[in-house]
Write a protein that binds this ligand. Structure first.
Ligand code: PA5
Length: 357
């Protein structure tokens, strides 16, 4: 029988966003299997990759780029706009990712990619993109529908991971994938609705974030896209202002903004996402900056990614930090009494643009 706390959770989280986070490891396993044929049908070993996507459909590309790391054998460019970068040509694979398949920016890049002779492929649940990919005969990964795009991260990221591993740009196999999911799964287990509060890191963090604006800082390495994921999840799920920035750059500008009036600072909650593989000078900067800013902020927490070295360990550090942010954003929504799933204003804007065409 569901506990009182779990019942209260679901009475607000009506769209059951928390269940989607809980299901993420399963989505990843399934997508890894399903993506085998897709990855072999894609043009082999491109010199450059452009991943086109917006919002929840763009994060998988950022995460892939972070996972591939600085030593990656190929340029991975994430395009969140209406035009392909000028370098995109016949040596470029353009992967168009849109969960709904109806996002105008991605549809535009799909067409432009074909016109420029790029290797084009799509990841979608269907929509216009699915139909156009079929018409054009390009490789398509059709993922299960019926989710909010941001809840489909596992389905959207994993085909990219599998393709990049086939191209030799990242090292990943089924065994490493499974072991890379261990930490995220354990975290989920301890953070289920109704779980003991003392062991539920996500709910405890959400309670501390209540009434605050999260500022999420990370290094420019493995967790850069993850910091952006945290920001977007606070925006969309929690309906909260949230901002992110990365080291070392923020140490050259944003850090000065902490000299703002106290009444502004006390609403800010500093979240520092730290990874053992961050550049040693970045680690030093993060440590120094945290010590300077903690006394100025309305709250602060350092979050250390957990996992070993090597492909499985790096995946574990990445996925468990993403899952912690996802869970926290859902619990914060519930603290605010808001259903995490609806995204009214995003839909209204899309509707206005559609109706003016
Ligand atoms: O999370 C969301 O719902 C949005 O950020 C969408 O992902 C974004 O608007 C793009 O839509 P789609 O993912 O269907 O291409």
């Amino acid at each position: 029988m569901a506990s009182e706390a779990a019942e209260r959770h679901y009475s607000i989280d009506v769209g059951r966003m928390i269940d989607r986070v809980i299901e993420m490891p399963g989505h990843i396993r399934q997508a890894w299997e399903d993506a085998e044929a897709f990855s072999t049908s894609m043009p082999a070993s491109p010199s450059r990759i452009v991943i086109s996507g917006m919002g929840g459909s763009s994060i998988g590309g950022s995460i892939l780029r972070d996972f591939a790391g600085r030593g990656r054998a190929c340029d991975i460019h994430i395009e969140r706009g209406y035009d392909l970068p000028s370098f995109a040509g016949t040596d470029t694979n353009v992967v168009c990712v849109s969960y709904s398949g109806n996002t105008e920016e991605v549809l535009g890049l799909f067409k432009e990619g074909l016109d420029r002779g790029c290797g084009v492929s799509v990841i979608t649940s269907g929509g216009q993109l699915g139909a156009e990919a079929e018409r054009a005969g390009v490789p398509a990964m059709i993922v299960p529908g019926g989710l909010a795009p941001r809840a489909a991260l596992g389905y959207l990221f994993t085909p990219l991971l599998r393709a990049a591993s086939r191209w030799g740009f990242v090292s990943m196999d089924t065994e490493s994938l499974e072991s890379g999911l261990g930490e995220a799964s354990a975290l989920i287990e301890s953070c289920m609705p109704g779980a003991d509060l003392a062991g539920n890191r996500a709910l405890m963090l959400a309670k501390r974030l209540y009434g605050k604006i999260p500022l999420i800082y990370s290094g420019n390495g493995l967790l850069a896209g993850t910091a952006y994921r945290w920001k977007c999840q606070f925006n969309e799920n929690s309906k909260s202002m949230a901002f992110c920035n990365i080291f070392p750059e923020l140490g050259h500008n944003e850090v000065m903004a902490w000299e703002c009036p106290e009444r502004m600072r006390e609403d800010l909650f500093l979240l520092m996402l730290c990874d053992g593989e961050d550049h040693p000078r970045v680690q030093k900067r993060m440590y120094t900056t945290y010590s300077l800013l903690e006394p100025l902020a309305g709250g602060a927490m350092r979050i250390e990614s957990t996992g070993q070295d090597g492909p499985a360990g790096r995946l574990s550090r990445l996925l468990s930090t993403i899952v912690l942010g996802d869970l926290t954003s859902v619990y914060l929504a519930v603290e605010y009494g808001r259903d995490p799933t609806p995204i009214g204003k995003i839909e209204e804007i899309k509707e206005v643009l559609r109706s003016e065409d």
